[in-house]
Design a protein around this ligand. Structure first.
Ligand code: BV8
Length: 235
């Protein structure tokens, strides 16, 4: 670790699983209960906006009853104590990284607690529901949609993500299946750009072969152990 200064961390649903937030592909996971194409595409929103708004209203309410787990807390500690560059790129739309205290966080697929007005393009913090078509806080029009990146839509801040990958000495992937692009391709980008690569996941991901090292187990265990390895025991 002595020559590691710049770290990029990619997280997925697995880091929030032990906080009681469903992952997507697990047994009984979100995509078992709902067909992706019915709830997480612009076409679905066009076709049946009520179904999509109810799906996100349910999840937006649910995450506000959950708490960060030891993996979120360990990453928040790393964010606070790591003197070098660090960026946590999350595919998750919950706010558990921030509630654990992490600051250098980038939500590449959006956030539950944000809404996007399709009339005036404003984004606003939001904790309530959208099914009743409330007015946009900025323009007053009833044109709000979840501020979430759906399939077929371009993820957020890709330039910032690639700039960080270009500089990275270490790329760490935590709690993700490596099933969805462009996030699933970051490990290959990082390798090609000369970074060391580490996977921390419950089981081998679809891209596990691209990692220099992989440690498998629950995030609360493997992430806490990894952070303590870097920073030493909490003082
Ligand atoms: C785009 C928000 C183009 C929504 C999400 C290349 C090849 C093939 C297909 C494509 C390609 N490029 C693009 C595509 C299409 C598509 C795609 O990848 N499809 C897949 C299905 C093949 N990608 C897109 O559409 C992307 N957009 O490409 O735009 C474009 C280009 C130019 C201009 C315009 C457009 C957009 C994708 C984003 C979609 N939105 N989320 C919502 O939340 O409702 S994706 C969603 O699924 C997540 O955010 C995440 O990204 C993804 C996968 O989920 P994971 O987080 O990995 O969760 P999963 O359940 O799968 O796995 C959990 C893992 O955790 C498991 O490995 C498990 O073992 C582990 N685990 C479980 N418990 C624990 C644990 N680990 C540790 N501890 C535990 N306790």
């Amino acid at each position: 670790m002595s020559d590691i200064r710049k770290i990029v961390i990619l997280t997925g649903a697995g880091v929030s699983a032990e906080s009681g937030i469903d992952t997507f592909r697990a047994e009984g996971g979100l995509w078992e209960q709902h067909r992706v194409e019915d709830v997480a595409t612009p076409e679905a929103f066009e076709r049946d906006p009520d179904l999509v708004l109810r799906f996100y209203d349910m999840r937006r309410e649910a995450i506000q009853t959950k708490a960060p787990n030891a993996a979120h807390l360990a990453l928040a500690r790393l964010d606070a104590e790591w003197a070098g560059d660090l960026l946590i790129v999350t595919q998750n739309v919950d706010d558990l990284h921030e509630r654990a205290g992490a600051r250098r966080v980038l939500h590449m697929h959006g956030e539950h607690l944000s809404v996007w007005c399709t009339a005036c393009d404003a984004r606003s913090r939001w904790t309530e529901t959208l099914i009743e078509r409330p007015p946009c806080p900025e323009c007053g029009k009833p044109a709000l949609r979840p501020d979430i990146v759906w399939f077929g839509e371009m993820p957020y801040r890709m330039d910032d993500i690639f700039a960080a990958l270009e500089d990275a000495d270490l790329f760490v992937s935590i709690g993700t299946s490596g099933a969805v692009y462009p996030a699933a391709g970051f490990v290959r980008n990082a390798r090609e750009l000369g970074a060391a690569t580490l996977e921390l996941n419950l089981e081998p991901s679809q891209g596990t072969g691209w990692f220099d090292e992989a440690r498998h187990g629950p995030a609360t265990q493997v992430v806490s152990d990894w952070v303590e390895e870097i920073l030493g025991p909490p003082r």
